[in-house]
Design a protein. Sequence first.
Length: 101
Amino acid sequence: MSQNIRIKLQSYDHLLLDNSMEKIIKSVIPTGVIIKGPIPLPTVKKIYTVLRSPHVNKKSREQYVLPKHKRFLEICNARSTTIDALMKLELASGVEVKIKV
């Protein structure tokens, strides 16, 4: 029984995200699957504006940018050994993983 697995990773740190993607690819390749990706998805930038002083100087503000990086990976012809390899894999704590079968 072969199936497709879609993995979407999100993180605030792009280096951590790339390392996690490499770990997934290295653990899945020996099972004999076809890999499409990693595909970088658009980065979502969240901008926060904060007043420097609460009472005076309303025009004096600071802006903070929090980028959220995303990667997409599709594994074709996945077998039970591929799923076992993914289950045993440990990724960094700063990476959010979404898996669709």
